[in-house]
Design a protein around this ligand. Structure first.
Ligand code: F3S
Length: 397
């Protein structure tokens, strides 16, 4: 791979130990994937922030990069951590876990990372433009950035995303290249899809058919989708199909650049009903945990929860997961007070998947197909998936 003077200097340890190690990671990846050169990135989003996933070994590596002079060269934000950074006690997090998680955050802070721990950085300032090269790691955000925003990123791991942040570069392969962004399969949707829960079911129905083969779906038949529906669809398609990019006719920006491929699969109402059925393994009376906010909630969604909870009381542990900036706006608008008066809890900076809650609950209710997948696979919870408004209603019963 061809390196510029600047990149070679980084590799030759002329800019400190951390930058050297970061460039080593990127050069190795570039060699493995046959990249001809490095591309400058304008934005980075790092995953693997929860101490629950990182453990001591991951934390030691981050501390070493920070101590080795690592400083980010571009706007870099963080994925959710294992706890609410300011309010972890209220969520039942142990002091031992909190201490380790705070050391993780401190290491990122030392490197100049903006420590807004969220999987929806595009809702509060880390918003790449069409065609920009970026290095993002959170799978739902990768799918959103590539497909909805038209930015260009591979599905990075935590270390390669940090390496891109510390150098400002990423190897030119995969979804950075025009030829890899071409759709390979047409998905003809004949079912009517509306709301985050149905878009999640659609993502699962399509994802199950893609089976992680790296296919780029060209979705037809979905005539409109709002921001919240698209973030739900992206999270689900990435989870069940391993997809990092899709095009949706009439909805996503690159869909006009391509013809629909000949190979076609159809998704009808039965496929959606089956996806829903598979994500409803718990009976209503078994649910002891409710969570909304996978991916992290937009302000509009928080406002809707406040409207639905106004004057009511929740009967189960109910987590509202969102980013710190959205929570601050919700505070200003008075939504947080209404939600907390109803007994629901904000779980800011974290989510029901990366927080260490295994063994604490039996069955989870959510509108999110992605949250249901990990609740079963990671935490061994039974799950129940309902439309957004119905989740709130059922939390009060
Ligand atoms: Fe975000 Fe956690 Fe879901 S990181 S996409 S809320 S699993």
């Amino acid at each position: 791979m061809k390196l510029t003077h600047e990149q070679q200097a980084m590799l030759d340890s002329k800019q400190g130990l951390a930058t050297h190690k970061a460039m080593q990671i990127l050069a190795t990846l570039g060699r493995i994937y046959g990249a001809a050169e490095m591309l400058p990135v304008s934005s980075v989003q790092i995953s693997g922030v929860s101490y629950d996933n990182l453990g001591e070994a991951g934390l030691a590596w981050l501390a070493e990069m920070a101590a080795g002079g690592g400083r980010v060269k571009v706007l870099t934000t963080l994925n959710p951590a294992g706890m609410d950074i300011e309010n972890w006690q209220a969520l039942g997090i142990s002091a031992e876990f909190a201490e380790a998680q705070l050391r993780v955050i401190a290491a990122f802070e030392q490197m100049g990372v903006v420590t807004t721990c969220s999987c929806t950085p595009y809702l509060f300032g880390n918003l790449p433009e069409f065609g920009q090269h970026i290095a993002w790691a959170e799978s739902s955000a990768v799918c959103y950035a590539n497909s909805v925003l038209g930015a260009r990123t591979n599905r990075e791991g935590g270390p390669s995303a940090l390496a891109a942040a510390l150098t400002g570069f990423t190897p030119a392969y995969g979804y950075h290249l025009d030829k890899q962004r071409k759709p390979t399969l047409t998905v003809e949707v004949t079912a009517k899809v509306c709301g985050t829960h149905y878009f999640g079911a659609l993502g699962k129905a399509i994802g199950d058919r893609l089976q992680g083969k790296g296919q780029v779906a060209y979705v037809r038949g979905v005539t409109s989708a709002n921001l919240e529906e698209l973030k739900s669809f992206c999270a689900s398609l990435a989870t069940y199909g391993g997809a990092a990019l899709f095009h949706m006719q009439g909805v996503t920006p690159e869909s006009t650049l391509f013809e629909a491929p000949e190979e076609t699969i159809r998704i009808d109402g039965n496929h959606l009903a089956l996806a829903e059925q598979q994500l409803n393994t718990a009976r209503p009376e078994e649910v002891d945990f409710v969570s909304l906010g996978c991916p992290h909630l937009s302000l509009r969604e928080v406002a809707r929860i406040a409207q639905l909870l106004n004057g009511r009381q929740v009967k189960k542990e109910f987590w509202i997961t969102t980013s710190r900036p959205v929570k601050k706006l919700a505070d200003q608008a008075g939504y947080s007070q209404v939600i907390e008066a109803a007994g629901a809890k904000f779980a800011v900076d974290t989510c029901c998947v990366v927080a260490p809650i295994k063994g604490r609950f039996h069955a989870m209710l959510s509108d999110s197909a992605k949250a249901c997948y990990y609740a079963q696979a990671k935490n061994q919870f039974k799950v129940r998936m309902l439309p957004f408004d119905e989740v709130v209603q059922e939390a009060c019963q």
